[in-house]
Design a protein around this ligand. Structure first.
Ligand code: AHG
Ligand code: MN
Ligand code: MN
Length: 335
C-alpha cells in the first residue's frame, strides 16, 4: 500500500523542518482547512439544503451576496476566532476587518479571505472555491484595517480550496506548492501533489472575451495574436477556457499551465480591475510564483504593490511565465 501523507503530517514536518513554520501558523492552516471541509459539506447539499440563491443583502463592493457567500464567511470566522492563532480577519464579505474578541487570546497572524469565489457559478453547479492569505501582525499592536495593508511579499502562507468534482486544497508556506485531496470517507486531506510546477509556455488562455471591446490595446494585441493561431505571429493554435471562478481557472493553470487575465477595461475606467488585491490576486500570485509562474498587473509584479485599502482592486495577469512576460512587455511598450 502506498503511504498516504495527511495535511497534519505535512504541517508537522514543516514545523520540525529546517526553516520551521511556527506552531501557530500550523494551527491556523489546519483550522482553515477544517473550515473548508464544512464549506464543502454545505456546497454539496445544493438544492437539498437551504444554500442556493441570494441572501437578500449586498457586500461593501455593492455585489449581491449569495447565501453561500454568507455561510462560508460565517464558517471561516467561527472556526478561526477562538484558537489563539489570529489577531484579526478580513473578508470580501465584511466592510471592515474583524478583530478577535477580547475573551480569546490574541495570536500573531492576520487572515484574509474570499470565502466563496465564483459566486455566479454556485447555482449552476460549476466549481467554486475559497481563497486565503496569511500575514504576520505587528507584535502587541492594536488591529485595524491598516494592519492588513501589507504587500503580497509579506504573506507567510496562502492557498485555496476548490469545490469541484473533487475537493482540493492547494497551499504554499513559501516552500513550493502542495495539493491535498479531501478523502470523504476518512474526512481527511491527503497529499496528492508535492511539488506543483507551471509549465513556462502554454497554448491556453483564460479571459472573459465578452469584454473585448472594452480592453486596452496591449490586451487586445495579445489575444488577437493568440486567436490568429498557426498562421499568425505566434505560429501556433491556442485554446480558450473561461470558468468565471478564479479558483477553478487558477487550479487548471497550476495543473497544466495557461494564462489567466482579468485586465483593466473601459467599462469602469476608474477601477484598476475587477479582482481584489488582498484576498484574490495576492494569494494567487504567491501560489503561482511558488510554482514557477508569474503574476503582474500588466506592468508590475502584483506581490510588490503597496495596498492602500482593504478592498482594493487590481488588474491581473498570471500563469505560465513566458506568456505573462509577453503580456507585460506589450503593456510596457504601449506606455
Ligand atoms: P467573487 O465571486 O468572489 O465575487 O469573484 C468572482 C470573480 C472571479 O472569480 C472570476 O474570475 C470573475 O469574478 C468572473 O468575472 P465575470 O463575471 O466577468 O466572468
Ligand atoms: Mn472572488
Ligand atoms: Mn467571493
Amino acid at each position: 500500500m502506498t503511504k498516504r501523507i495527511s495535511l497534519t503530517q505535512y504541517l508537522i514536518e514543516q514545523q520540525r523542518g529546517e526553516a520551521q513554520i511556527p506552531a501557530q501558523l500550523r494551527l491556523l492552516i489546519e483550522v482553515v482547512a477544517r473550515a473548508c471541509k464544512r464549506i464543502a459539506i454545505n456546497v454539496n447539499k445544493g438544492a437539498l439544503g437551504d444554500v442556493l440563491g441570494t441572501a437578500g443583502s449586498e457586500n461593501v463592493q455593492g455585489e449581491v451576496q449569495k447565501k453561500l457567500d454568507v455561510i462560508a464567511n460565517e464558517v471561516l470566522i467561527e472556526a478561526n476566532e477562538w484558537g489563539g492563532h489570529l489577531a484579526g480577519m478580513a473578508s470580501e464579505e465584511m466592510d471592515d476587518m474583524h478583530a478577535v474578541p477580547h475573551r480569546y487570546p490574541q495570536g500573531e497572524y492576520l487572515l484574509l479571505f474570499d470565502p466563496l469565489d465564483g459566486s455566479s457559478n454556485i447555482d449552476v453547479n460549476v466549481s467554486i472555491g475559497t481563497i486565503f492569505s496569511v500575514l504576520k501582525h505587528q507584535d502587541g499592536a492594536e488591529v485595524t484595517n491598516e494592519s492588513f495593508l501589507q504587500p503580497g511579499t509579506a504573506q507567510v502562507a496562502a492557498g485555496y480550496c476548490v469545490y469541484g468534482p473533487q475537493t482540493t486544497l492547494v497551499l504554499t508556506v513559501g516552500r513550493g506548492v502542495v495539493m491535498f485531496t479531501l478523502d470523504r470517507e476518512q474526512g481527511s486531506w491527503v497529499m496528492t501533489e508535492d511539488n506543483v510546477r507551471i509549465p513556462e509556455d502554454t497554448k491556453e488562455f483564460a479571459i472573459n472575451m465578452s469584454n473585448m471591446r472594452h480592453w486596452a490595446p496591449p490586451v487586445k494585441r495579445y489575444i488577437d495574436e493568440c486567436l490568429a493561431g498557426k498562421e499568425g505571429p505566434r505560429g501556433k493554435d491556442f485554446n480558450m477556457r473561461w470558468i468565471a471562478s478564479m479558483v477553478a481557472d487558477v487550479h487548471r493553470i497550476l495543473t497544466r499551465g495557461g494564462i489567466f487575465m482579468y485586465p483593466w477595461d473601459k467599462r469602469e475606467p476608474n477601477k484598476p480591475g475587477k479582482l481584489r488585491l488582498m484576498y484574490e490576486a495576492n494569494p494567487m500570485g504567491f501560489l503561482v510564483e511558488q510554482a514557477g509562474g508569474a503574476a503582474t498587473n500588466g506592468l508590475q509584479r502584483i506581490m510588490e504593490l503597496q495596498p492602500t485599502q482593504l478592498h482594493e482592486r487590481v488588474a491581473v495577469v498570471l500563469g505560465s511565465k513566458n506568456e505573462v512576460e509577453r503580456v507585460t512587455a506589450y503593456h510596457r511598450e504601449a506606455q
